[in-house]
Design a protein around this ligand. Structure first.
Ligand SMILES: Cc1cc2nc3c(=O)[nH]c(=O)nc-3n(C[C@H](O)[C@H](O)[C@H](O)COP(=O)(O)OP(=O)(O)OC[C@H]3O[C@@H](n4cnc5c(N)ncnc54)[C@H](O)[C@@H]3O)c2cc1C
Length: 367
């Protein structure tokens, strides 16, 4: 049953969005703000995919200057405060938006790339619980949110706006209709829309009939139960990152594994993450591990998202955000809402056109 409103399968939506992770929910909200009739399909429960598994870092400075993602990340960082202010006003909820910044160990900067010369040195005494292991750098503009709370806010916002949400409804295939628009075959019957957007994260290749070559990249995580302000900053170490939440929880992650759709964490990897966390911040040693999990990032062969037309007019892709979908959700929603409504997005999206990963034969390129 639709979880929000009842809509018959004969109803034609302006847009059907296939998948209700943070990207699908943020885009559905943006489209509903623009006054169009949106249906959001989710084969399970909204916000339970990669978006629930994320650490919640808003790593605005995590991209080399020449990356096509750098302008998007900058714009995302600028948009976040207003995006959250509006959501808070709409829902009365919060998502632990912490504007304390990130500290990166020199070894992490060297391993992951970046430009230490441009990073400010860590302010003295900023994080007394840290083991002094080489220089630390401050990334004052890289903040964090609790992504689970953010998904809850988005869902409440969609419900209050009357967006038609169909949970436990799996999209199976999409077919163009002879007189325009699309029919989406679902586990609960056919649905119709003028336009369709794939927002199905790591599972998009299958329902797009291979048009959108998205690959699942597993990340394992654990949560330690600490006390508030034991750590203040997000910490980037060479082998682990730590994301403190205001409740006292500290998230430690993660891995980059290409293991198909298996979402189970394994004990050996979790132990390695825990050891790396303690090596980085010895004060964490007594803290119990209170939760472990894994999620599937939607990755592509060039690690860039697929934002644009998906092989036919009116058929769109908004997925492939890999390691940065929490950061990029609000800006993706804004830019894609413009694009699918025939407007010019404020930032050029051509570097992310799905067609770049299509071979001359029209089949998706894989690597
Ligand atoms: C361990 C880990 C840590 C991360 N940390 C960060 C971080 O700190 N900062 C950051 O910015 N990003 C982070 N990410 C990345 C971020 O989580 C993802 O980029 C983002 O959540 C992708 O959002 P999405 O909506 O595309 O995918 P998802 O959240 O996976 O949503 C896709 C949805 O589509 C649904 N779906 C799939 N197939 C169908 C179908 N056939 N019919 C209907 N529905 C369907 C799924 O059930 C799911 O709910 C992390 C990811 C992981 C795994």
């Amino acid at each position: 049953m639709p979880s929000n409103v009842s809509a018959s399968s004969s109803e034609t939506f302006d847009f059907l969005l296939l998948g209700a992770g943070i990207i699908g929910m943020a885009l559905a909200r943006e489209l509903s703000l623009a006054g169009v009739r949106v249906g959001l399909l989710e084969r399970g429960q909204c916000g339970q995919g990669a978006s629930r598994a994320a650490a919640g870092m808003l790593a605005v400075s995590g991209f080399p200057h020449d990356s096509p993602l750098a302008p998007l990340a900058r714009a995302a960082g600028e948009l976040y405060p207003e995006f959250l202010r509006q959501l808070e006003a709409e829902t009365g909820m919060q998502c632990d938006y912490r504007r304390i910044g990130t500290l990166a160990a020199q070894a992490a900067v060297e391993r992951h790339g970046g430009n230490p010369a441009e990073l400010a040195a860590m302010p003295p005494g900023a994080e007394p619980e840290l083991r002094a292991q080489g220089a630390w750098y401050s990334l004052p503009g890289d903040h964090s949110v609790n992504p689970r709370a953010l998904c809850d806010m988005l869902l409440r916002s969609l419900r209050s706006r009357g967006v038609a949400i169909f949970e436990n409804t799996a999209a199976q295939s999409v077919a163009a209709r002879p007189r325009g628009g699309f029919t989406v075959a679902t586990s609960r019957g056919a649905m119709a829309a003028d336009q369709v957007v794939f927002t199905s994260g790591a599972w998009t290749a299958e329902i797009s009939g291979g048009r959108l070559p998205v690959t699942p990249c597993r990340g394992q995580m654990l949560a330690l139960e600490g006390r508030p302000e034991l750590l203040r900053h997000v910490l980037l170490g060479p082998d682990v990152y730590l994301v403190p939440q205001s409740s006292g929880r500290i998230l430690a992650g993660s891995t980059l594994e290409y293991a198909g759709f298996d979402q189970n964490p394994d004990a050996a990897t979790l132990m390695r993450l825990r050891r790396a966390a303690i090596a980085l911040a010895p004060a964490l040693e007594p803290l119990p591990t209170v939760e472990t999990w894994a999620g599937l990032r939607p990755d592509t062969s060039d690690h860039l998202p697929l934002l644009g037309e998906a092989g036919a007019p009116g058929l769109w892709s908004a997925t492939g955000h890999y390691r940065d979908g929490i950061l990029l959700a609000p800006i993706t929603a804004r830019l894609m809402a413009a694009l699918v409504r025939g407007r010019k997005p404020e930032i050029e999206l051509s570097p992310f056109a799905p067609a770049r990963l299509q071979s001359a034969s029209g089949r998706a390129k894989t690597s």
